[in-house]
Design a protein around this ligand. Structure first.
Ligand code: 13P
Length: 237
């Protein structure tokens, strides 16, 4: 059962996000889809949604506090208000663009793990590391996992090569197969692939046994496309 996840990043308004979620829910209900579907809208679009149990609405970010003086951040009181128990941690855009330090990422991981959140923890190498070969990639990815409890039962890993995110450059099937297979030897948590996944390449990616699902950005923002991806995911074991 493949996991299909959509990361809205800085897209969709509160209104369009709620319409999107409603449409996905109606489809899942009508088609009796049992796969887990995760949707990460912007913080301002979080709400209580009346949706199927296999749809998880998550936050793209939160500060590791209940509440307090952290201007611009949200804490668990804001997530609790909407029953949100799913979070994305370590996304490359936060690591590289926002310069979120590794210590904070680890702190968030421990904090949300202690509160039983479903954590989608992202790892991925930049282009210069990719160009140094498989050994360098694996070393880099495991350095991003240092300090992370890999045995946490609500953990999902997302392997998102930085050079494939938002670039239209998808990793080759061989690349994905190689990296996921190596990660799988040490990690029992499900591992998603992310980076330029689209309706027309998702099937070949999901066919890989070592890929447990996908985390999709731009290719998922159109609801019809995302529903198509869920359909394709439901066909795979
Ligand atoms: P794209 O699908 O737009 O490349 O983004 C991937 C991603 O960052 C999902 O978290």
């Amino acid at each position: 059962m493949k996991i299909i996840a959509s990361n809205f990043k800085t897209n969709h308004t509160r209104k369009s996000a709620s319409q999107f979620i409603k449409q996905v829910d109606e489809f899942i209900d009508k088609s009796n889809i049992k796969n887990d579907v995760l949707i990460f809208p912007s913080s301002t679009s979080l709400d209580c949604f009346d949706i199927a149990q296999n749809i998880f609405i998550g936050t793209q970010n939160a500060y590791p506090v209940s509440d307090g003086s952290y201007t611009g951040e949200i804490g668990t009181i804001h997530l609790d208000e909407f029953g949100i128990k799913t979070i994305l941690i370590g996304h490359s855009e936060r690591r590289h663009i926002i310069k979120e330090p590794n210590e904070l990422i680890i702190k968030k991981y421990d904090f949300f793990k202690a509160r039983d959140y479903k954590i989608v923890y992202c790892i991925g190498e930049p282009l210069e590391v990719k160009n140094s070969g498989t050994e360098a990639i694996i070393e880099y990815l495991f350095s991003q996992l240092e300090g992370i409890d890999l045995s946490y039962e609500n953990l999902i890993i997302a392997y998102e090569p930085v050079w494939a995110i938002g670039t239209g450059v998808v990793a080759t099937i061989d690349d994905i197969n190689e990296i996921h297979s190596i990660l799988k030897q040490k990690i029992s948590a499900p591992i998603l692939y992310g980076g330029s996944v689209k309706v027309d390449n998702i099937e070949s990616i999901l066919k890989l046994e070592c890929v447990d699902g996908v985390l999709v950005g731009s290719g998922s923002w159109n609801v019809e496309d995302f529903i198509e991806m869920i359909k394709i995911g439901a066909k795979e074991k």
